[in-house]
Design a protein around this ligand. Sequence first.
Ligand code: FRU
Length: 466
Amino acid sequence: MLEKERTDDTYTVYYHLRAPHGLINDPNGLIYYRNQYHVFFQWNPEGTTHENKTWGHAVSDDLINWDFLEPALEPTDWFDKNGCYSGSAFEKDGKLYLFYTGNVRNADGDRESYQCLAVSEDGVRFEKKGPLFEHPKMYTAHLRDPKIWKEGETYWMVLGAQREDLKGTALVYRSTDILNWTFEGEIMDALPDFGYMWECPDVLKLENKDIFVFSPQGLEPEGVLYQNIFQTGYMLGHFQEGVFLPDNDEFIEMDRGFEFYAPQSFTDNQNRTIVFGWMGTMPPEEEAAVPTIKDGWIHHLSLPREIKLISNKLVQQPVEEVKMLRLKSSEILEYISQIDKIRFNTPEQEIECVWTEEPASFAWTLRDEVAVSYEAAENKLTVERTNWLTSKRETRSVYLDEPLTSLRLFLEDSAMELYVNAGREVFSLRYFNEQRTDFWEWQNDDWKEYVSQLTVHELKKAILFA
Ligand code: FRU
């Protein structure tokens, strides 16, 4: 077992999955295998830059308490020497198969990508089998992030790609034995000009629909949409014989906040579909300025979210187990008319607020830093924070397609997730505020009128590196 190192307390997150040190990015290889949850993740254990990517490895019985194992994959072979990039896991005949991208810089400094396999008998030690196939010629070397699933007797793989015309796409491969793969073509004709690269594609089934989730790079902002450096979203449709037929051309962002990227889904032993995302994608200059770097770590994953399709909308809620984090719960509805702010004992808090009728407007401020506000006239919900590089305030917003009825907010010293209307919209973000006062305040009392439940939970510090 990996030694758990303690880093400085500053901005530490205690219940979002992170690494003991170094840089973490995409969740990889998510699987429930041999009675445990396995989360692998892109991890540079040697520093806080995007180099030396290994597959970090954490296991859990309950998605809340994690043990950190030795890295499952390290960039030690000719086909992955510059990084064991993202990919997925699949169990077959009791063995755990990991599919990942070997990233290579060749002698000319050019990129090469190999889709590789590693197999384990115990879920702890992995034997690399090397590259699985050669790529078709019509694509650049930006080919990565294999995601595997099975339908009937067929294994499918979807792979992020870039065409020679420098447009993003995803490729589909098929196999009958999980070892030999044939190229089927591009996943769909829709969105032929939608960014320059599609990372971390994923195809999942919910309620007889197929959902194609991907993370396109290179979209231009459009009103409140596509405001981050890279986006993550989904399309609804049907996946048939290697082709995704979308219901329409709509690409819906999965998260409306600042940091949520490269999510991956898996189905657990209770038949729940769960995703983790990476709460760290940001422009390089912002990343270099993240204050946790001085303590030797950067970034973390999102909470595990159970996803469902309700009225053709992807709805995300933290898995039920997240309630295990609650240490102390205070029902404050009866006091709310008398108080004008609430003081927290620690930054790790959950707030649940339910309204019987939607509030006309409100403006909350959390920890002197994150503002959450709503204007019913426009159905517009906005989250605002200070950019730690420019010191400017910046916002992300969504126009709700129904009245606001509930908010569930998860707070840590430098992270927040906000679930709106039982997960019909979600905002995820990081924030770094030197003041770090533990107050929740509001600008006026309007929002109190229709509140029917108001609970504040103090949350546990679940992930400690001793
Ligand atoms: C997404 C990504 C993947 C790649 C990995 C490298 O964040 O760029 O496409 O496999 O990160 O760490």
